[in-house]
Unconditional design. Structure first.
Ligand code: ADP
Ligand code: TRP
Length: 356
């Protein structure tokens, strides 16, 4: 890890097993970046607390994601791998940074509005804007509440990034707004204290567009809460079953027609996992109406398994090796704390907190 390399920082919340969306949107990019950048990857367990996980499940999730990081090919010799809560400097800087985060801008964040609506039982739609959420939160008519950690989620994420002075933050498209807030908080800090301390971190996609991995249910996005995921840990039988059950349609009747959303989604998945010649073969079959969805799904399952099965096997092995896992995170925590302590010292100093 030499000093002239650009700094990369990213993390995934410890909320469950990783799926193909997490893999192609985040983890596979981490693996591809580890040789060329100074990389720090972590497991966001404090962020997971915003949605109140079962305390017993939280530690298991942290451990599982760590095993998935390692199984997917992240090398602890090349990267700093750590657990967010092992670096208390992050929590202190989160408190400091909250002094410069506006309640209004946090409330307008799409992820907050989504989660607040769910917590308050407000259905989505144009009428369910900030005003309704605000009225519910302040008026507390329903007796339901939204925890403050959910509101300040972006402050914590900004601190994750700024404490490393990261240049690149490889994340999926859905995280762009959080990254924008990170830049805003950094710039605001700079201008408030008349310093050039933080610089702007940006997303990283190897020059391409951020990917959005679709679900198998014909809908837009693969996601844990959508219940439409293929997990890296799925066994062969489960995975084949999921793919064979994927939503399709009655099939093309006009040569050269545009695929419907569920079929376009299958092609998007195929483009991620299959050889270009395989994708071409099925695209031609679609275009001349000879396609058999059963054959396409069989091929898709086969090609997904080529990606996921080797990872699954390594996860099962690594997960059992508690000594190895704890060695990795203990070392990672030390390395991350050294970096974080430097930034925190500067930030405290800039804000006027001085030692007697
Ligand atoms: P989930 O949406 O399943 O709860 P997270 O929010 O924990 O997943 O996301 C972890 C990382 O994976 C983020 O960088 C996010 O952008 C990426 N990600 C999640 N789902 C997808 C998807 N369907 N396509 C692309 N990237 C995704
Ligand atoms: N919010 C991210 C997600 O839901 C997780 C995350 C927390 C993160 N802190 C971060 C990602 C810092 C990148 C950098 O996926």
């Amino acid at each position: 890890m030499s000093n002239d390399k650009k700094i990369v920082l990213s993390g995934i919340r410890a909320t469950g097993n990783l799926h193909l969306g997490n893999y192609y949107g985040a983890l596979s990019k981490f693996v591809r970046m580890q040789d060329d950048f100074d990389c720090r990857f972590f497991i966001a367990d404090l962020h997971a607390l915003t949605t109140h996980p079962d305390p017993k499940a939280l530690h298991e999730n942290v451990k599982h994601i760590l095993a998935e990081y390692l199984a997917a090919g992240l090398d602890p010799e090349k990267n700093i791998l750590y657990v967010q809560s092992d670096v208390p400097e992050i929590s202190e800087m989160y408190l400091l940074m909250n002094m410069h985060a506006g309640i209004g801008e946090l409330m307008r964040t799409a992820s907050f509005k989504d989660k607040a609506r769910k917590a308050l039982g407000i259905s989505a739609g144009p009428a369910a804007g900030e005003e309704e959420i605000e009225k519910e939160i302040i008026g507390n008519q329903s007796g339901k509440s939204v925890n403050a950690g959910l509101l300040t989620y972006p402050t914590l994420m900004a601190v994750d990034i700024l404490i490393h002075k990261a240049d690149f933050v490889p994340v999926g498209k859905d995280q762009e707004q959080h990254l924008e807030l990170t830049r805003r908080f950094g710039r605001r800090f700079n201008s408030f204290y008349g310093t050039e301390y933080f610089h702007d971190p940006v997303n990283f996609n190897f020059g391409g567009q951020p990917v959005k991995v679709p679900g198998l249910d014909g809908s837009g996005k693969m996601g844990k809460s959508e219940g439409n995921c293929i997990y890296l840990i799925d066994d062969e039988k489960t995975l084949r079953k999921k793919v064979m059950r994927a939503v399709t349609d009655a099939g093309p009747t006009e040569p050269g027609s545009t695929p419907t959303e569920p079929i376009a989604n299958l092609f998007t998945l195929m483009e991620l996992v299959s050889e270009p010649s395989t994708v071409d073969f099925f695209k031609k079959a679609y275009a001349d109406c000879s396609i058999r969805y059963g054959d396409m799904k069989k091929q898709l399952a086969e090609d997904i398994l080529k990606v996921t099965l080797p990872i699954r096997e390594r996860v099962l092995e690594i997960r059992e090796d508690d000594d190895y896992l704890s060695r990795v995170v203990r070392r990672g925590a030390e390395q991350a704390r050294d970096i974080a302590a430097d930034t925190l010292r500067d930030v405290r100093e800039i804000m006027g907190i001085r030692k007697f």
